[in-house]
Design a protein around this ligand. Structure first.
Ligand code: PLP
Length: 388
């Protein structure tokens, strides 16, 4: 038989961070140890029952059994537009400025393929959710890292981007509320970001997957900034808002040219999300606060008691105003990976090494509070018992 070869693209990626952590967790469980995983951002809270009941009815409708609306059903896109109008006071055209996605990870990794060419650079925050680099690497672009530092509240300093890097850059990713730091951004920051992108001819892709997990003021949208839509698109997701990570439903909103470019690409790649899920998404958005508020309350409570406990144990904690992540440094300085493996060995608690999100995450650990309260309290108790 003639030898078969694999292309070079899979080799561009390191093993996906969470796969390796999961493998280590399974090894410990096989040894009979009681591992508490605070590693992955996947809510333990079930999808609200009224949503699953609505979905069950939608699944039974035979009209939903055929190929879905690729770009999102008209009903879903108008529910999304109505939601943005109510939530942010912005008016979006459901026909040209909104595109349904099969989860935002899918859209985030495909967008660079639609917007950049080989050799172009994309500016990506460091630390960041790993899939932003995926499309850039597949599109044979280059990644320019933009450090997010604690002293700046984990907001980037655009003035620090080297001139040379800016010349070949075509696109900037941002993510607020931020994973992994839990930082949030206000309208003033978004104004600065829009100004910077307009001046330098950059597409701005803002990932708002955690937009509804806020503990103070509702988080702002970059699309509220006047003129933002000349350069910006924003990603929204049902995953964290309604505890629906398994349902794979999200959307892109903003600049019509960018939305159309991704629509065209996706029309040639996938056939959209199951119509029953799209119908359910419209139902969620129409009943937004009824479902989002109790979930937000759970994460508010958890982040507070866990941050308190870590601080009491001598950790340096960046108290989140948004998301369900606690970003912290151990009592004695340690490399992220060493700290994570020590916690797994000595406390049987699995967290995520900050360095897995980029070099600027080194020294930090991310705790994801997606476990029942009692387990999170037990994890904090075990971590507090460790000597650093
Ligand atoms: C910052 C960020 N963006 C996007 C996603 C992906 O969400 P989705 O389930 O919509 O693909 C995640 C998931 O963890 C995330 O942390």
């Amino acid at each position: 038989m003639k030898e078969l070869t694999i292309g070079r693209k899979p080799g561009l990626f390191p093993p996906y961070l969470f796969r390796d952590l999961d493998r280590r967790k399974q090894e410990e469980i096989k040894k009979g140890r009681d591992v508490i995983s605070l590693a992955i951002g996947d809510p333990d809270i079930p999808t609200p029952a009224a949503i699953t009941e609505f979905a069950a009815r939608a699944v039974r409708k035979t009209a939903n059994h055929q190929y879905p609306w690729g770009k999102g059903s008209p009903e879903l896109r108008s529910a999304i537009a109505a939601w943005h109008k109510k939530r942010h006071g912005i008016k979006l055209d459901p026909e040209t400025e909104i595109l349904a996605l099969i989860g935002s990870k899918e859209g985030l990794s495909h967008l660079p393929l639609a917007l950049i060419d080989r050799g172009d650079s994309v500016i990506i925050p460091d630390p960041a959710y790993p899939p932003y680099t995926t499309g850039v690497l597949l599109g044979e672009g280059r990644v320019e890292r933009l450090p997010l530092l604690e002293k700046d509240g984990f907001l980037p300093d655009f003035g620090k981007i080297p001139r040379k890097a800016l010349l070949r850059a075509r696109m900037l990713f941002l993510n607020y509320p931020n994973n992994p730091t839990g930082a949030s951004a206000g309208l003033d920051f978004y104004k600065e970001a829009v100004k910077f992108c307009r001046k330098n001819g950059l597409w701005l892709a803002q990932d708002a997957a955690y937009s509804e997990v806020y503990f103070g003021k509702p988080s702002a949208s970059v699309l509220e900034v006047p003129g933002a839509r000349d350069v910006a698109v924003e990603f929204y997701s049902l995953s964290k808002t309604y505890c629906m990570t398994g349902w794979r439903m999200a959307w892109l909103a903003g600049n019509a040219r960018a939305v159309q470019a991704l629509t065209k690409l996706k029309d040639n790649m996938d056939s959209g999300q199951f119509n029953a899920v799209q119908e359910t998404a419209a139902f969620c958005l129409k009943n937004h606060e009824r479902f989002a508020a109790p979930i937000r309350g759970v994460f508010r409570r958890r982040t507070k008691f866990f941050a308190d406990a870590l601080e009491a144990a001598g950790w340096k904690v960046f108290r989140p105003e948004t998301t369900f992540f606690v970003w912290a440094r151990p009592p004695a300085s340690a490399a992220s990976l060493d700290a994570v493996y020590r916690m797994l060995a000595e406390a049987c608690v699995l967290a995520t090494p900050g360095s897995g999100f980029g070099p600027s995450g080194e020294g930090y650990v991310r705790f994801s509070l997606c476990a029942p309260d009692a387990r999170i309290k037990e994890a904090a108790r075990r971590i507090a018992g460790m000597e650093w």
